[in-house]
Design a protein around this ligand. Structure first.
Ligand SMILES: NC(=O)N[C@@H](O)C(=O)O
Ligand code: NI
Length: 163
């Protein structure tokens, strides 16, 4: 089984895949007379295809054991998908670039507590992977007609470890 070690999630390291949703970026400014600070334009929600609309949902994810045995990744051809944790716990993010015959080698990241991510439309990714205990998330993704889920099953499993 091919071993993969997760890296800490940073804007720079994740930039070739998608967006990091946290308050670490430079694009922020005061609103409401200075009573609030807006961290602006962290990601773009994409919704395409018939009757497409952007959805806001919530999910309670159950934790996965480590090392993670990854056999499948998925993608959403009609829209982006963001996961924003509602509790300050790290979770595992797995993504792949697209290759000639499907996804390439997986890349794994461990989020800092509170960090979220946005997968752009068509980005291969592992399913939501909380660690250690159940965790609640906000999801921002695409609703509408047509199938918005494509799965790819690897011919061999990957074993994903924390640093
Ligand atoms: N299906 C769903 O809402 N979640 C998956 O797409 C996932 O990425 O976990
Ligand atoms: Ni997904």
């Amino acid at each position: 089984m091919t071993r993969i070690t997760a890296r800490p999630l940073t804007r720079e390291a994740f930039a070739e895949f998608g967006d990091v949703i946290d308050m670490g970026g430079d694009n922020h400014y005061p609103i409401n007379g200075g009573k609030a600070e807006r961290y602006h334009d962290l990601a773009t929600a994409e919704a395409a295809g018939p009757n497409a609309r952007v959805l806001i949902s919530m999910v309670r994810g159950t934790p996965y054991e480590l090392p993670l045995k990854l056999t499948m990744v998925e993608r959403h051809p009609f829209g982006s998908q963001a996961f924003i944790p509602l509790s300050p716990r790290p979770f595992l993010v797995v993504v792949c670039h697209d290759g000639k015959e499907g996804p390439g080698e997986p890349h794994a990241f461990i989020t800092a507590p509170g960090q979220g991510i946005n997968y752009p439309r068509n980005l291969w990714h592992g399913v939501l992977t909380p660690l250690g205990e159940a965790q609640d998330f906000l999801i921002v993704d695409r609703g509408g007609d047509g199938s918005n889920l494509e799965e790819f099953h690897f011919s061999h499993a990957y074993e994903i470890h924390l640093p």
